[in-house]
Ligand binder design. Structure first.
Ligand SMILES: C[S@@+](CC[C@H](N)C(=O)[O-])C[C@H]1O[C@@H](n2cnc3c(N)ncnc32)[C@H](O)[C@@H]1O
Length: 282
């Protein structure tokens, strides 16, 4: 990307650190020094949009500009990793249906709600997998289930709400799920309405504690492959918040390469047959 004289605007080390810290403060995501060129490349196109000639001016705009919220939305679309697919980490989903849900149901009375939250849901494959898995499940009959999917990226939420997917979203999906819940439309697959209607999507920044007030008494939180990108302090703050949002006895499921080691001591470890998950003590 070039500007003015035809030369690309370079990002100094100091500008990188200022912008990096601002991004972490906003959404938790942390970039090590080795990511400087990636950030430079991804943010460079934003300079001409605002008639700016340096990243320092861009930093000022983000820090003090009246349109800073809108600009952070633009940054989010450039720096988040949105990789996901249906039935990701199947062993964990098996643990969810075979061991976690029965433990949740044990403490419910008829008519009680079960609340499941996919925090950092990307294009929706995770909460929709949960909706398919719990569709018609005899175990939860008589217990209304609410499934929430939240993400900071407005773009991924648009795809999630459309329910339209490409073949790559099914790399770990057994064909019977596709036959049962999708309608083929050329090269795309449309998720049927009965499953789509079971998931409530919303825009949410997990670092925004005030916005998070809408979420409470959650039975199971899936926050998989999200905190791996977070700074240590952001991770610790988020886990504290999850602890508050869970019912006592509620479960937290992280991605297979993520753990609470050094991040939180508030949860207890629960060994299951094929997985180890975290639980807010009763
Ligand atoms: C790699 S995807 C994981 C999707 C899904 N959980 C899975 O495991 O397949 C990570 C998602 O977290 C979202 N994310 C990152 N920071 C966030 C924040 N502060 N608040 C909400 N979502 C965030 C990203 O936009 C991205 O869609």
């Amino acid at each position: 990307m070039t500007w003015g004289t035809g030369r690309a605007v370079a990002m100094t080390d100091e500008e990188f650190r200022l912008l990096r810290d601002l991004i972490t403060e906003y959404c938790g995501i942390y970039f090590a020094d080795s990511f400087k060129y990636l950030i430079e490349r991804r943010l460079q196109p934003r300079l001409p949009v605002h008639n700016l000639t340096s990243f320092r001016d861009y930093y000022r705009l983000l820090k003090y500009g009246s349109d800073r919220a809108k600009e952070f939305d633009e940054i989010v679309e450039r720096v988040t990793t949105n990789e996901t697919y249906f039935f990701r980490e199947a062993y964990q989903l098996r643990a969810f249906t075979d061991e976690i849900l029965p433990a949740v149901v044990k403490h419910k009375k008829p008519g009680d709600r079960i609340r499941i939250w996919s925090a950092g849901c990307s294009t929706g494959e995770e909460p929709y997998s949960l909706a398919m898995l719990t569709h018609d499940l005899p175990l939860t009959r008589g217990l209304p289930m609410e499934i929430f999917g939240n993400d900071i990226s407005r773009k991924v939420l648009k795809t999630a709400r459309s329910g339209l997917y490409r073949e790559s979203s099914f790399r770990q999906t057994e064909p019977h799920w596709i036959d049962k819940h999708f309608t083929r439309d050329g090269r795309m697959f449309k998720l049927n309405e009965d499953i789509r209607n079971r998931v409530n999507f919303g825009h949410l920044n997990l670092m925004d504690e005030a916005a998070m007030a809408i979420m409470s008494n959650v039975d199971v939180i899936f926050c998989r492959n999200v905190i791996i990108y977070f700074a240590n302090e952001a991770r610790a703050a988020l886990l504290d918040m999850f602890h508050k949002k869970l019912r006592p006895g509620g479960f937290l499921l992280l991605g297979h390469s993520e753990s609470l080691i050094n991040a939180s001591t508030k949860f207890e470890l629960v060994p299951l047959t094929h997985d180890i998950v975290y639980r807010r003590p009763r």
